[in-house]
Design a binder for this molecule. Sequence first.
Ligand SMILES: NC(=O)c1ccc[n+]([C@@H]2O[C@H](COP(=O)([O-])OP(=O)(O)OC[C@H]3O[C@@H](n4cnc5c(N)ncnc54)[C@H](OP(=O)(O)O)[C@@H]3O)[C@@H](O)[C@H]2O)c1
Length: 327
Amino acid sequence: MTAIRAYQLTEHDGRSIGRLENVELDQLGAGEVLMRTTYAGVNFKDALAGTGRAPIVKRFPCIGGIEAVGVVESSSADAYRPGDQVIVHGRGLGVDHDGGFAEYVRVPADWIVPIPPGLDMFETACLGVAGHTAAVAIDLMELNGLRPESGPVVVTGASGGVASLSIDMLAVAGYAVTAVSRRPENSDYLRKLGAQHVIPPPEQDARIKPLDTAEWAGAVDAAGGHVLAWVLSRMIPNGTVAAFGNAAGVRVNTTVMPFILRGVRLLGVNANTEPDLRRRLWNRLGSDLKPRHLTDISTPIGLTDLPDLLEQMADGQTRGRYVVCFE
Ligand SMILES: NC(=O)c1ccc[n+]([C@@H]2O[C@H](COP(=O)([O-])OP(=O)(O)OC[C@H]3O[C@@H](n4cnc5c(N)ncnc54)[C@H](OP(=O)(O)O)[C@@H]3O)[C@@H](O)[C@H]2O)c1
């Protein structure tokens, strides 16, 4: 029996609670590939699961962490050999299958993506689910006609992990970016990533017109709620909005006017992508979409720092990406 350190989620009074524990290696979830974790990026979903603020976890006990980067230790699948460097994210990881906040992770082989050319293991972890989500959003907007010459792109919830990476990627690709942040103290950080303008979101109770000044050709929306309604009202004709988040709320009080009078396209983003798309976008993340400021965006932490960090993240007080380092 070998014990490993892990951040385990258990259920108390109908809510999930996370804590650091020793877990037996042979108790890990099933799969053909055992990997030794080197890094695990931290996401808002992990914060909701670890603090019990939303019913994210589907099976208890479950090791938390919806992503992990590591080295294959053993594999019964032909596609992977010991020593291969890989990332795994999504599917049921950290939700109904033991996740990335542990020294080892065991998963089905078809959940895994090899580290793509152009990225090392730390850079891959800095990107993680957040980078993949940003890539899905940008790719979808481009498939719907967005180009740098179409006009500026707005990014909401700008200080967050997905949004920070989106700003950097969009700037690399030649887009003019406007960042929307509740925190003016993060303006210098957001400008350094490539935002040309930093503006506040509307107040929660602001009256939002069905159609307002047409400003943006594209939108990457981490906020949802009233912020998404405001963004929709300010899109130029045929603008594309990639909606992936709910940091400001899940209900959107809007009208059909942006859609029927300006042809605005509202695109839903789900980062739990199929294998072909997943690999194509990871290749883009190592090449044309690779951000320039990964080390400015990312903060390395230890596993023991995780519980406090998850509380701060659930409160909307963190900035950029956080990566748990196991070595
Ligand atoms: N669809 C998918 O597949 C997918 C994948 C990944 C993430 N997500 C979702 O995307 C969102 C962002 O994820 P993340 O990991 O980047 O989270 P994060 O790092 O915690 O960032 C969220 C950001 O949203 C802003 N925010 C927080 N509370 C807010 C509020 N009450 N009103 C307005 N803005 C608020 C903050 O930025 P400012 O302080 O700068 O305003 C915060 O930094 C989350 O809702 C997450 O669940 C979805």
